[in-house]
Design a protein around this ligand. Sequence first.
Ligand SMILES: [Mg+2]
Length: 323
Amino acid sequence: MRTLIIHNPRSGFGSDAVFQFERALVHGGDECVLRMLSEEFDARAACADVADFDMVVVSGGDGTVASLLYALRGTGTPVCVFPSGTANLLAANIGNAPEPSALARACRVGKTDDLDLGEVSWDDERGQRHTRGFALMSGTGFDAQIMQAALPRKAVMGQAAYFAAAIAHPRPAVERFTITVDGVTHEREGITCLVANNAMIQADIELVPGCRMDDGLLDVIMVKTSDAAHLLAPLALGLVDRTGRALGRPHLEAFTGREIRVEVSEPVPFEVDGDVVPGLVRAYEARVLPGAARIVVDAMSPYGSEDDGSSRFGDSDVIAYPR
Ligand SMILES: [Mg+2]
């Protein structure tokens, strides 16, 4: 097997887990290229020779992984998402067993599922057009403000930096949003509008029930409260009802669709998979790229099959992660 591991050494806390993974992955006769990304990497250049490999492993935080998956879209090469970042929300949403040896085993078993990606386009303040891919979610408003405020402390505090930033901004601005989903327009007021390929956030809370990345649809999530205490309500309910099926999600409204346009009454900060883009944004378009990423999944993943051998202990019949 020829494997390409693309690793961002600046992601997360500089863990060496990816090297343990590489050691567990390679057997006699294998070849493995470990490509370390530089600070200002070009995702397309990093993936340019992917046709020479049987498998690609993308290792980094959610921003790194999403840019690499977007560069690899439609190539049909199996990709394993290796969690090396601070939050690793995409890996959590894929749901594979996260240990390096378990992920190495899933790569060797080679079971994959074709999962959706999202693509967003917007004009910056000088009228220049930008397009980027996303794997988790993009958002305008309060969430982008929090991501921006969390940046300086992320290296030290990890995920807690996001919560600290949220507490430091207790009165988010209310904007008017015009949301067009597959040609149908909705007018709403609120603090943020998210377009999501995945709706599971920190602490395994699903913002909206039943969001999947293999249904060819994006979820649009409107946060309608202006009060940080109200914002805590869906999150607190999330802790007792993680899927949202029993108690619902107060102050949140969700739509699903393939082509989405979001316009905001005032220019607002904009984030794509946790990366805040420079400047402010008035409007953006998002569309789904159905089944664009061929992702390695194991029996623990909601996208895997019940028992494909990837989660067995050794050669025994004992399944490590029964559902
Ligand atoms: Mg979906």
